[in-house]
Ligand binder design. Structure first.
Ligand SMILES: Cc1ncc(COP(=O)(O)O)c(C=O)c1O
Length: 327
């Protein structure tokens, strides 16, 4: 694994914070402040940057990193429950595919990412965590052309996350519909998330949890979740092609559903078919499974959590308990 020295933090200027913007009336909360509020002790988290574990305040990235200049990079998000990763290999595989898709030559250290993840979670004293991985094409003077010989920038951050007992409560949420304004290669877990960010904020501003995206009349997925609908006892979800991210939780549900006697159909479906579905559910690494009970204010089915969603959610929680929590 490559061991590159982290870039030294720039000196703090008077009247400025750490260079990420002027001191605003509402200061940005760093992740360790959250930790220290809970435990009443000042614990600074460690992050992983370019081969080294460093305290959060000392981790700095170059201003010409292509991740910042061009969103020229990919990322992964995975969950740890009770100190163990959930479907780690699937996440590593998707990271590899994303890197290949943006023509970022797979660095040899990718195989060691599992150990780095374990160590990062351990060093931060976490058992239940969300792990964020980011790989960019590295740092170089701004030019669209791939830089020759740039070393990828690798970053990992571990955030505290709910335990399976807390996360295992099935949520009933509202969603809005939003035109899918993303590019044509949505299967790549690219850093370029502005369309997702804008649509998610529209949802939150209307009191909803998620924006369900559609290209014309065809439903694709949520801004940070995969979408399933239930019609006449069947579970429908958009095929894993260029128009959606191949969600790891989506794949887990597709694997678990037949065991519950629920047939899965990977097919496209319309806005109308979603609005008239018996049930709608969203799923993702941080969401797990949530029931969508209203879309654009319109109730789905009776407007309450449906039986198949409840069963699927239970199956995912059981899977996590069996595979991560020894239960
Ligand atoms: C656009 C999009 N779809 C689906 C998902 C869910 O994928 P996963 O289950 O791998 O977290 C995500 C997760 O971030 C996402 O960003």
């Amino acid at each position: 694994m490559e061991a590159r020295k982290p870039v030294k933090p720039a000196p703090t200027l008077p009247g400025k914070d750490d260079g990420r913007g002027s001191q605003a009336a509402t200061p940005v909360r760093r992740s360790w402040e959250w930790l220290s509020c809970r435990s009443m002790t000042a614990i600074e988290p460690q992050v992983y940057l370019n081969g080294q574990f460093v305290p959060r305040s000392q981790a700095t990235m170059d201003i010409e990193d292509r991740g910042a200049l061009f969103a020229d990079g990919v990322y992964e998000v995975l969950r740890y429950f009770a100190g163990r990763p959930l479907v780690l290999e699937d996440h590593l595989q998707r990271l590899r595919l994303s890197m290949q898709a943006i023509r970022l030559t797979e660095p040899p250290w990718v195989t060691g990412l599992g150990h780095v993840s374990d160590e990062l979670v351990r060093r931060n004293g976490l058992a239940d965590a969300t792990l964020y991985w980011q790989v960019t094409r590295g740092s170089a003077p701004r030019d669209h052309v791939f830089p020759k010989g740039a070393t990828p920038t690798v970053l990992a951050i571990a955030y505290p996350a709910p335990s399976i007992e807390q996360a295992g409560q099935l949520a009933a949420v509202e969603a809005i519909l939003h035109e899918d304004l993303r590019w044509h290669l949505c299967s790549i877990k690219s850093l370029m998330l502005l369309p997702n960010v804008l649509a998610k904020n529209r949802a939150v501003e209307s009191g909803a949890r998620e924006a369900i995206l559609h290209r014309g009349n065809r439903i694709t997925e949520g801004t940070s979740t995969s979408v399933f609908i239930v019609r006449s006892g069947e579970l429908w979800t958009h095929p894993a092609d260029q128009w959606i991210l191949g969600g790891i939780t989506r794949r887990l549900l597709i694997g678990l559903a037949p065991g519950l006697g629920v047939p899965v159909v990977e097919r496209t479906y319309t806005v109308e078919q979603l609005l008239t579905a018996d049930e709608v559910l969203i799923c993702g690494t941080t969401t797990l499974v949530a029931a969508v009970v209203r879309v654009d204010g319109q109730p789905i089915g009776p407007g309450s959590v449906g039986p198949l969603t409840r069963q699927l959610h239970g199956a995912v929680v059981d899977y996590i308990k069996r595979n991560c929590c020894g239960g």
